[in-house]
Design a protein around this ligand. Structure first.
Ligand SMILES: Cc1cc2nc3c(=O)[nH]c(=O)nc-3n(C[C@H](O)[C@H](O)[C@H](O)COP(=O)(O)OP(=O)(O)OC[C@H]3O[C@@H](n4cnc5c(N)ncnc54)[C@H](O)[C@@H]3O)c2cc1C
Length: 470
């Protein structure tokens, strides 16, 4: 292989494939090596439940992917990707009622009543596309955007508990906390508002699904790679430097642990220290369901039929307790739950008459406990009769997640905690934290800025760094 390739990318998640696509389109000869039997990392879709029943194994909803400058640049929609964008970005279901967060701010304002203005000022004031460019490019912020970015960063640095004091209604505070808690941080933690502000802003562009399943995103990326002459090999786990050619660039869409081990004696002191200190977050337990009917929500409005995403928490206290328990290593008794019914928006996922849903909750790192009974109970409370619609269940515990993908250390779905320090320095404070200091070696997974999500920006930035070097 010595002279065959200019760059080898280890790992075919959205970041690895984005890096490969950018390099291949620039004329570099690229090879992608993937440990699993299929490409895609956290954007795989499987037919566990039978032919034609397409279940997203990990990621399901794509606000950051839809807004990603990398995916736009690579013109994934020319390679078969079709976004289906519901007009309700998410529905927050509480025992006291359901709140929709819509793409259309006027509709959200109607739902939030007394807090409509505050929501608009705090969450929707940002121009979503510009914000994404800023966040996804951080910490390299163009000078003309400094002021606006500084304003966003100051709010994002606040603990959620502090930021929600701006709202006067329990409803707005609970909905915001649910969005913020995607980051799996205690609500008292500095920086825990960041995900709420980013994903809340992106509710106005949309929280879409990919038609046919999330795999359509990585299939489109792979199509770009192959069309530009790149090669992708599956079933090739890299554990040893001897498996890789010398004399070409190496980009690792992997956990920092692998890079630390392979280059232990060559990484600079600063990068070694950063990787040693790198902290992973808590775990996740996910349940996939096959149903005879859509979930029978007690809420009879049409909100649930117009969204791909639901959050279940009676109040902010339930979210607070869940995230505090998880951070303390305790399994939450009544976890708050995130979920979706993809067949509501994309009927192509299953044969007619079959419905799909998924739901997950946060659990402590390395937790091997199946918490599907707790998740089902939470859904049943707001959708009586749900249990009777279930014809198939598949549970993926946090330890299963790590077995499925080595990047999900302890079941951490973002390959690194979203703590304030790791929002800023991920894994080091640098305009291009993908550069490891070993010539030609890059870390390009979501362990690097801008962090978790299917948006490809870590891979994009690593590839741009390779090209900038000439
Ligand atoms: C349950 C769950 C739900 C999620 N929901 C969403 C969501 O709705 N929306 C969203 O945007 N994000 C979601 N995410 C997060 C998202 O999937 C990840 O942030 C994203 O996939 C990270 O991309 P990546 O390329 O950095 O790494 P990954 O997608 O993790 O890909 C890494 C790849 O590298 C391979 N690999 C690792 N080590 C080696 C090795 N030594 N040799 C060869 N190959 C190797 C792995 O097998 C894997 O294929 C979810 C994740 C999970 C697990």
């Amino acid at each position: 292989m010595r002279d065959e390739f200019d760059a080898v990318i280890v790992g075919s998640g959205p970041n690895g494939l984005t890096a490969a696509a950018v390099l291949a389109c620039a004329g570099r000869r690229v090879l992608v090596l993937e440990a699993a039997d299929t490409i895609g990392g956290g954007a795989r879709t499987d037919e566990w439940f039978g032919p034609g029943i397409r279940t997203d194994v990990c990621s399901a909803v794509h606000p950051t992917g839809y807004a990603s400058p990398a995916f736009t640049d690579l013109r994934l929609t020319d390679h078969g990707l079709n976004w289906l964008v519901p007009d309700v970005s998410l529905a927050h279901v509480a025992a006291s009622g359901t709140t929709g967060i819509h793409r259309e701010p006027e509709c959200t304002a109607t739902e939030l009543g007394a807090d409509a203005k505050r929501w608009r000022t705090l969450v929707e004031a940002n121009d979503p596309r510009a914000l994404v460019e800023q966040i996804l490019a951080m910490p390299t912020v163009p000078r003309r955007r400094l002021m606006r970015t500084a304003g966003f960063a100051a709010a994002a640095a606040l603990p959620t508990e502090l930021l929600v004091r701006a709202f006067t209604t329990a409803r707005a505070a609970t909905v915001f906390a649910g969005i913020a808690a995607h980051a799996e941080r205690p609500l008292t933690a500095p920086g825990s508002s960041a995900a709420g502000l980013l994903l809340g802003t992106l509710a106005t562009t949309g929280w879409p699904v990919a038609q046919g399943g999330s795999h359509a995103i990585v299939d489109a990326l792979a199509s770009v790679v192959r069309a530009a002459g790149g090669r992708i090999e599956t079933g090739c786990g890299v554990t040893d430097l001897g498996q890789l050619p010398t004399g070409c660039d190496l980009l690792f869409d992997t956990s920092p642990d692998l890079v630390a081990r392979l280059f232990a004696d060559r990484l600079g002191r600063r990068y070694t220290r950063a990787l040693r200190r790198f902290a992973y977050g808590g775990g996740t337990c996910k349940v996939d369901f096959v149903l005879t009917d859509p979930i029978p929500w007690a809420d009879r409005s049409d909100l649930m039929a117009r969204t791909a995403t639901f959050h279940l928490a009676d109040d902010i206290a339930q979210i607070r307790r869940t995230e505090a328990d998880v951070a303390a290593g305790v399994l939450p008794e009544r976890p708050w739950v995130l979920g979706g019914e993809p067949t509501r928006i994309d009927p192509s996922r299953a044969p007619s008459g079959t419905h799909l849903a998924w739901a997950y909750c946060h659990v402590p790192a390395d937790c091997g406990v199946d918490v599907s009974d707790r998740i089902v109970s939470e859904i049943e409370r707001v959708a009586p009769g749900f249990r009777d619609t279930i014809t198939g269940v598949r549970v993926t515990t946090a330890t299963d997640l790590q077995r499925h993908n080595a990047n999900y250390v302890g079941g951490d779905i973002n390959c690194g905690a979203a703590s304030l320090s790791q929002l800023v320095a991920r894994p080091v404070l640098s305009p291009t934290p993908q550069i490891t200091g070993v010539p030609g070696v890059y870390l390009c997974s979501s362990a690097t800025a801008p962090g978790g999500g299917v948006h490809g920006m870590s891979g994009y930035r690593a590839a741009r760094a390779v090209l900038a070097r000439g």
